[in-house]
Ligand binder design. Sequence first.
Ligand code: NAI
Length: 387
Amino acid sequence: MKSWNIVGVVGAGTMGSGIAQVAAQAGCQVWLCDQNPEVLHRSEQALKSILARLVDKGSMTLDQSSAIAKRIVRTTDVAELSTCDVIIEAIVEDLSVKSKLFQTLEGMVSESCILATNTSSLSITALASACSHPHRVIGLHFFNPAPLMALVEVVPALQSAPGLVNDVCDQMAAWGKSPAVAKDTPGFIVNRVARPFYSEALRMADEGLASPADIDASMRAQGFRMGPFELMDLIGHDVNYAVTSTVHAAFYGDSRYRPSHTQRQLVAAQWLGRKTGRGFFEYPVNEPHTGSHGTVVEGVADRILAMLMNEAFDAVFWRVASPEHIDLAMQKGVNYPKGLIAWAEAWGLDRIVEVLDGLHQRYGEERYRCSPLLKERAQTGDRFFNP
Ligand code: NAI
């Protein structure tokens, strides 16, 4: 495949700005397009201060930083992107708006130009089907902040050309990223496998088994940088609740992904977390965030981890991704201390089955069913990572 010399990025918000920086740092010529000139201006100012900080820290020279800055050209006119080898779209999360953009792009780019989308929740296949050359469409899901998070989920549409996935993975590796290939299914890898981190924590707090601060402390003790509640407060409950609701709906209401009534209430009250000064915890203005303060409660981490590990095995069972890519994704996309599958195998699969069967018996809910793959491997003793 032709290497990517000229890269287009449409949408210069949080993600588009980060992706443009990554491409420019990899040596590509970048066209960064946004319909809003103020957004482009803000993106330029933000990059300037990021690069200045990198020079101050000694991470790059002044020459390198100015070469990177020069490689990005900003425009409000999408027609300027006609010579691109690839265009990565990071505009509003709306299938009809994205489809319309792809149709416009198809009318001006070369036949070999790849059209990639950074969507987190829409079907890549549905977006490809809006195009007259659907074989060139692919999902390229970066994580926030794109320059710092190594993971990129590479998601082929049903119609993507054979070979496109491997070519795109090679390009991402050349950009210094860690690609993980995911099937075009709701939440891809990370947004699916991570659901229990939030939902099981919310459920335990609702049942009064432990307080949010204690649940946070219990998960930090396992090596997670943040507990579920302080992390949800950081992400924003509006965003976190929307992701859970989308995944839940896309799985036709599977109770394993059921959103939390408590979180919906927080959204209704506009207690969205840090950004509004209050979520599960309070964030007084002008005071540094120190995280939540609780104590470890026995059994809490076991329950959340067992649910997470089960979800990871189930994603392998349904061929969403390979065990290697699932473990890579959770470490490089959301900073998990270990890959869930390797961790599960070190823990002992019997122990996870026991925790889940105990919960299943107690509640009688489908939510706690063991993945067939987990159960089978607990019985056979077959292992992916620790033979
Ligand atoms: P954002 O709201 O910060 O930026 C979107 C930008 O697109 C805005 O500046 C808007 O002016 C521009 N835009 C909208 N329609 C346009 C059009 N037709 N032509 C040109 N520009 C247009 O959004 P954000 O957070 O950067 O998200 C972008 C995409 O990335 C979404 O699909 C989102 O789901 C996805 N995503 C977001 C992540 C996050 O943490 N924010 C993480 C991974 C994916």
